[in-house]
Design a protein. Sequence first.
Length: 480
Amino acid sequence: MYNCDCDDCKKQNTVLNLGISDSFKQLLNDGLNAFKHLHKKGSYKPEDLKTEKPYQKLIQSTFDAFDFAIKDNDMPEAMRTALQDDARLFGSLKANAQLFEASKLLLTPDGRLKPFSEVSKDFDKLNVNYNQNYLEAEYEFAVASSQAAAQWANLGGDRYSLQYRTAQDERVRASHQALADITLPKEDPFWNSFYPPNGWRCRCVAVEVLKGKYDESDSDKAIAAGEKATTEIGKDGKNRLEIFRFNPGAQKVVFPPAHPYGKVKGAKEVAKSKESKFIPKSLDIYEKTLGVKVDKTFFNYLGKETALVQESKYNPNGAYYNPAENYVRIPFDDRRKNSKWYSEAIVYHEFGHAADWHRDMKQNKAVTKLMKEYKTILSKDQAFIDVHKKLYKVSDEARANNDFDKLEQCGALADTMMSINSNWGYGHSKAYFARKGNSAAEFIAHTFENKFAGNPVFKEVIPELYDKMILLADELKPKE
């Protein structure tokens, strides 16, 4: 699936085989056990992945291999969680692919189950292919993709552009070399599709450079070069490299969303089982209109289906949750269009209010304990003053640079401060926080923002509270 017969691929396979760890070799044992269990059952269906322990062990071991690559990077917790969720899904899709392929070997033409001795050699071949040969290429891609996502999450301000760079050796593909030194703002559409890695075993990177230090590239020409670099028409007439037209950091995924594992029979059922049944029906329109990707696993916090609407007959202003009619209203206004971070975070915030209403999170002891802890820690005015100084310094810089994402992140922190002590911060009014339950409600909503969208400003100014809110979100997860 991942190799050609060129000398470079053969050489790279040798290097990878020599370096593969014992934990990866364990996957071969887990794969063999899964195939033995498949033969014992005599058939396979995607729902078996949720009930059969040997299959679950195979998925977990596959995830563990990729998680090793993800955890070896410094990135916001929200990004790490999203990448781990994607790696778990990929592990499930991969297990489905190999078990489905193996299941086609089970029966004779007249429908009788073959003896294990008759299929064992074919099982061994499949096992080595999926859990060693394919795994090596997938792991290497996971390393590069995770590094790219971490870098994207930690990009600097508007003073910087991004520049495409290759490894600058004889192994660089000519099509990738054509992208070398392309320099464009991080907002340019080129990076949505051609942020490296751009293929299996791609070693290219994007680096930040000061604006003005290099001439800015022509975006249309850069995109055309990117399309050429990710085009290889197979015998079936399809472009084999089009799957690499994605951005790991912007989309918060490790593997290409259009990977072939997702096209195997049963893959749709596997993917749906990982998502919440409470995903709003209009969410895809919201994502496409505002150019964001929302983490679908978040909606598992809800207790029932909750509509997402753009307009409301009651309150025409802003975003909010209406508990009486159980819907969330989020307009497609300039505030959301100006900040990709806010247009994603507001979904977690407002549907966080819905989850709170559905499951009465305000009464959760973990919520009240953490709020009380930080009300005590920040009880002295000087403590709030110190936080305010740091916050306003970041806010002033963001305002000077028209950094709308950072301004919104400042506002989220300031509103969280008010939820702890309404004498400090800004956001909602003091009258709002005087109403019973509203302080806890806002604290919970900002907890979900931190967990799923991340907030670099919050993490910089009050890192200890930020980390504890991430853990709180995990505690609030519904029990399966």
